[in-house]
Design a protein around this ligand. Structure first.
Ligand code: BES
Ligand code: ZN
Ligand code: ZN
Length: 477
């Protein structure tokens, strides 16, 4: 990304400054502003402005007032958004380096910086001339009054990991085939000291992972199955937490072809679940959190090639369950079935899967939330929901009532891969549940993984949603 985050114990006199303050400590800005400049600041505050910029001879001083009318998570999210808005001010003043100082009693620097750093993300790889596009801001020096070393390290890790997830989502199939994706996982693993193994087509075939292989039949590129394992010296959990991610590097729908516009055109993002499973274990390992975590990622594209699986086919999945395929566009559940079955032999304490699984989930909550369901205990669900509120990646639980399972009964096989015309997100979840025998949560991230219009610090295109959520969840596990 080309943005450096560094700690600072001193403020040099020519440093551009971002002063974060509250009303009570506003006068302390006088240390950095002349009397007339300070009057300008108080006047702008009176008009209701929360941000202020004062160009001086050798530097510019910015003042960010924290939101004092809201508290808790609402305030946190507002501060992230303000952090993103600061970027416009910096752009206007062509700021390359900025030093952050906190004067406020309640320290909101973490959220402000989170919004600022995430908002500064760019994906410029495919521009021949990036020069006119690239953001000016290159370095943020964070004074110890704003963040201590540990907080700064955490901020770096979660913003890096979120941006890495965005980049994976933004990469098109022309670059990011399943094999390439697995190479990206190997690179992330090496960087974070994660043990990694990639099963290639031959191994996948010998294991009889029929779900993954059937989706791959219409493709010319081979599938992969990646296992990433982070095991610290003395993990607090005896049995691993397993993260599973849907790695459909492109979803055409297969023979049940999707219409191009507004549907197939952004289906390079159908591996957003894989981005969550890989980039969150990356962050967990980087931060050396004391938990044993394993990520499993089945990957392939879904295409209508000559040998493609067809509606009516019966596929024997890795678990031995026979699935009647009635829609080749319901491919995510086919590949996840194999990964969820694989997870059984890891004797997990908890499995969480992430998938851009259904349009039904996206329609239910839009981009504002994650539809989730599962059979883990209530406390685990509450904690995950709590993390969702903390990082503003909110979750809403859907039921897994038995009756929804009835909708998956096939005339000729154990299961069919589509339910009825209603409750699509739930029947997809019921399908997955069939392949689990452990505490399990399924997160359908079809709505919030990819934005078609910019949304503050989440930006446009790949959002990297889920990474901060899981990092927070495991941090508080
Ligand atoms: N990848 C799609 C789901 C999707 C939709 C993701 C919109 C992101 C945004 C998935 O593979 C799919 O096509 N699901 C079908 C299932 C149906 C055929 C049972 C769907 O939701 O329409
Ligand atoms: Zn599909
Ligand atoms: Zn899909």
């Amino acid at each position: 990304m080309g943005l450096t985050l560094a700690g600072a114990s001193k403020v040099a006199k020519n440093d551009n400054l971002l002063i974060i303050t509250d009303s009570e400590n506003l006068q302390k800005c006088k240390d950095y502003l002349s009397d007339s400049e300070y009057t300008a600041l108080t006047n702008s505050k009176k008009k209701g402005a929360s941000q202020f910029a004062m160009p001086q001879a050798n530097r510019t001083v910015f003042v960010q007032s924290i939101n004092e009318t809201d508290a808790g998570n609402k305030q946190k999210e507002l501060m992230r958004k303000e952090g993103n808005d600061l970027l416009d001010l910096f752009k206007y003043s062509q700021i390359k380096e900025i030093t952050i100082v906190n004067l406020a009693k309640q320290n909101c620097s973490f959220e402000i910086l989170e919004g600022l750093v995430l908002g500064n993300y760019q994906f410029l790889k495919y521009f021949k001339n990036t020069q006119p596009k690239v953001n000016n801001l290159k370095k943020i020096k964070v004074h110890s009054s704003a963040l201590d070393k540990k907080q700064l390290n955490t901020l770096k890790i979660i913003t890096d990991a979120t941006c890495a997830a965005r980049t994976l989502v933004n990469e098109p199939l022309s670059y990011l085939t399943a094999e390439k994706l697995s190479e990206e996982f190997v690179a992330l693993s090496k960087d974070a000291g994660i043990k990694v193994e990639v099963y290639k087509k031959k191994k996948i075939t010998s294991l009889k992972m029929g779900g993954l292989l059937s989706v791959n039949k219409g493709s010319v590129d081979p599938p992969t199955f990646t296992i990433m394992e982070y095991k610290p010296a003395k993990p607090k959990n005896k049995k691993p937490i397993v993260l599973v991610g849907k790695g459909v590097v492109y979803d055409t729908g297969g023979l049940s072809l999707k219409p191009t516009s507004n549907s197939m055109d952004f289906m390079k993002s159908d591996m957003a679940g894989a981005a969550i499973a890989s980039c969150s274990i990356y962050a967990i390992a980087k931060a050396k959190l004391p938990y044993h975590v394993i990520s499993l990622i089945p990957a392939t594209d879904n295409r209508p090639g000559g040998n493609a699986y067809v509606p009516g086919d019966v596929v024997t999945t890795y678990s031995g369950t026979n699935v009647e395929v009635l829609n080749t566009d319901a491919e995510g559940r086919m590949i996840l079935a194999d990964a969820l079955h694989f997870a059984k032999k890891l004797k997990p304490e908890l499995v969480i899967d992430f998938a851009t699984l259904t349009g039904s989930a996206a329609r239910a909550v839009g981009s504002l939330g994650i539809v989730y369901m599962g059979n883990s205990d209530k406390e685990t669900k509450n904690k995950l929901e709590q993390s969702g509120y903390t990082v503003h990646e909110r979750l809403v639980e859907f039921p897994l009532w038995d009756e929804y399972g009835e909708m998956l009964k096939s005339d000729i096989a154990d299961l069919k891969n589509v339910g009825g015309p209603v409750a699509g997100a739930i029947t997809a979840g019921k399908f997955l549940q069939h392949f689990t025998d452990y505490p399990w949560l399924h997160l359908d991230v079809a709505g919030p993984s990819f934005m078609h219009t910019a949304d503050s610090y989440r930006g446009k295109n790949g959002t990297g949603i889920g990474v901060r959520l899981i990092f927070d969840f495991i941090s508080n596990y």
